[in-house]
Design a protein around this ligand. Sequence first.
Ligand code: ATP
Length: 377
Amino acid sequence: MAARIAVRRPRAAGDDPVDSTGRVSLLELRGLGKRYGAVTALDGVSLAVAAGDFVTLLGPSGCGKTTLLKIIAGFVEASAGDVLLEGRRLNDVPAHRRGIGIVFQNYALFPHMTVAQNVAFGPRMWRVPRPDVRQRVEEALALVKLEGFAERLPAELSGGQQQRVALARVLAVKPRVVLLDEPFGALDKNLRLDMQMELKKLLRALSITALFVTHDQEEALTMSDRIAVMERGRFVQVGSPIEIYDAPASSFVATFIGTSNLLPAAVAPDGRGVLLGGGLLLRVAPGASQAAEPVRVVIRPENLSVQRERAADAWPGVVTVALPLGASTVYEVELAQGLAVRASEPRVLDHGLLAPGEKVFVRVVNPDACRVFAPNP
Ligand code: ATP
């Protein structure tokens, strides 16, 4: 768990905004909207973020993630709504007085300045008194483990080291909140993993609250205390990674986080479950949908088991693809009438893999873990 800081404010008990877990919030967004001419980039976004939390904004390109960060940072003015930090409205506070730092993907270090000069740029922008700047630079470079690099130029650093300098530049201003817009987008996978771990440790140690933007759902699942899934300028679900994964609020969320089988179906006339293509029965509660209504069913691949032996309620099929991933194997199985599903089987030592062309039976391990949605929720 991330470290928490108690937030004290001169307000009556019970007045404090709280986040969805009941904790007092440090950062609060209230009904934020943004229009660029005819384009609605944000539409009524509200969120309460507790001190020390790591919240990730996840959503497709153009859904408004960067616009939201820019409004919080003070680079873009909202068309509607408020940003509050410790209960104080920030809308009219200039960016450098907000106590909020921002790190972009294209971290834009100044090529002609040394690492130390680049890091000093942050505190200078924030009008930190000159004598303090040097100490802040030293501290920030120590935090990102670049003590020996102060006099190098950015061109003399690796991509990961440059990203650390960008982070140090923000940490040197000692922000309460840091906004990170795809900060690892330019890094290769291994470096990205290292940086993710380093960043989480660092923010936790410093009790810095973070709002993080990524396109990478794995990164969102591993890094976040909470994820806010965005679609067309709105939050469609906010919850812990596991809540979002296990109980997606819509088929959009289900397909955006993790791999899913999203299958067209219809509620069985006798209400026993839903019928997939070819009349395959899945014994699952049909939600609010009525008998014979079309629905879409989401089944996670790990909730499907592929076996050679017939089992109760199992569907017959033929393996079309077998992808060994080491600890597990992903199978694509064609069920009746061209309906295909993906299943992820944990590998059992001494058991051979199923081969493409083999006849198999696919069983839903836990029907209650499947989700049923109206066709266009
Ligand atoms: P990406 O993941 O591709 O970076 P995003 O979710 O960060 O996307 P934004 O950059 O916030 O999305 O853009 C949201 C919407 O607002 C998009 O439709 C975009 O075209 C539009 N938009 C963003 N900035 C401007 C601008 N300065 N003028 C006009 N439209 C803009």
